[in-house]
Design a protein around this ligand. Structure first.
Ligand SMILES: [Zn+2]
Length: 362
């Protein structure tokens, strides 16, 4: 069987891992690594599979190093969180945590000594994001190739049309769609090799060996920076709520639709997420988007906002209000006045509004 050669070395038993050190890895660092956006107090929207959290219900107790979601009721330690988020076994979760947060001490001893305990684990975990960014980096060529190889099907097109997006808008954002997952992975591996796909986050450790991060049928939204595909975000092609958005493993998203800032537009909108940016474009408003845990604006983007009128569209919820407040403050620091916009009555986000305008929601 062809995939057999892609498998990593077999998982060993529990005694291979330093469970005390693993359980001492700060839950906050692990949650952020898994894509949670958290406040300084350790709360945020729950991103556990099956829970589409509109209000922040997820909370970390640093005293016990455990998490609880007050909406879906899930709770546990770092190992539980990784098992649930990545849909992997206890052993695989321990291996993943050791690899990423303990410097791979128990699986690759030559890479560093085993941490002594909680303090060492915390020290290593604090450098995790820097380490992850070194390990995984955007691969413009591989992303561009995948996008070109992933043609939008009629079902994907129909779904986008149901969200109120025109053919022009769909073409403008170069939306693609994964066909068969296994076939896409085999073609990509044949073209770029497995290691290169791992280094750009398109392949990660799955339950049954190497896994292509984008499932069959998912829509692909490219993030284009200076003409290069710098990131890909994938969305379920239907209204199901489980695994709605998927992205390359360990890669932080840049700003979405940054090319909206390269022309002389006087007024620019900043939205929460990809769908609202596409909706804003459809409504005739040039917009950029900040995605997920990355509600930060890089310096290059901040520079491009100077001298413009900035409107902010956050979702109609507490997290949306925080998103707007944070941006107003950040932009004020560089002398840009940003105005938080109120969504029209009955619309929870810009896409709601667009669909009402188009008569797709009643
Ligand atoms: Zn939850």
């Amino acid at each position: 069987m062809r995939f057999a050669t892609y498998k990593r070395t077999a998982s060993a038993g529990r005694n291979k891992f330093d469970l005390a050190s693993i359980r001492a890895i700060p839950l906050r660092a692990v949650a952020i690594d898994l894509g949670f956006g958290l406040t300084a107090g350790g709360t945020g929207r729950c991103r556990l599979p099956g829970h589409d959290d509109r209000n922040p219900s997820f909370s970390i107790r640093s005293a016990t190093n455990r998490f609880t979601c007050y909406a879906c009721g899930e709770n546990g330690d770092v190992i539980d969180l990784v098992m649930k988020m990545r849909d992997i076994s206890f052993v695989d979760a321990c291996e993943w945590l050791t690899d990423r947060h303990l410097g791979g001490a128990s699986v690759r001893p030559e890479m560093g000594r085993r941490p002594a305990g909680r303090a060492a684990a915390a020290k290593r975990a604090s450098s995790v994001s820097a380490k992850a960014e070194h390990a995984v980096a955007p691969d413009h060529e591989a992303f561009e190739w995948l996008l070109l190889d992933s043609k939008l099907s009629s079902s994907g097109y129909d779904y986008l049309a149901s969200r109120g997006f025109s053919a022009e808008t769909i073409a403008h954002f170069r939306v693609g769609q994964i066909g068969d997952r296994g076939k896409a992975m085999r073609k990509a591996v044949a073209r770029f090799g497995l290691e290169r796909l791992r280094r750009c986050g398109l392949v990660c450790d799955g339950k049954f060996g190497d896994r292509f991060v984008f499932p069959a049928g998912y829509l692909l939204f490219p993030f284009i920076i200076d003409g290069n595909v710098a990131y890909l975000q994938a969305r379920r092609p239907d209204s199901g709520t489980q695994w709605r958005w998927l992205c390359p493993n360990s890669l932080l998203p840049p700003v979405f639709n940054r090319s909206a800032l390269t022309d002389g537009t006087a007024t620019i909108s900043i939205c929460e997420g990809v769908t609202d940016v596409v909706s804003a474009h459809e409504l005739g408003m040039p917009a950029i988007g900040l995605v997920g845990a990355n509600a930060r604006l890089e310096d290059a983007t901040l520079d491009l906002l100077r001298g413009r009128n900035v409107a902010i569209f956050g979702d109609r919820d507490a997290a949306g209000s925080r998103f707007a407040r944070h941006l107003v403050d950040r932009l004020a620091e560089i002398g840009v006045t940003a105005i938080p916009k109120r969504l029209p009555p009955g619309a929870d986000d810009l896409n709601d509004h667009l669909r009402r305008v188009r008569g797709l929601l009643v």
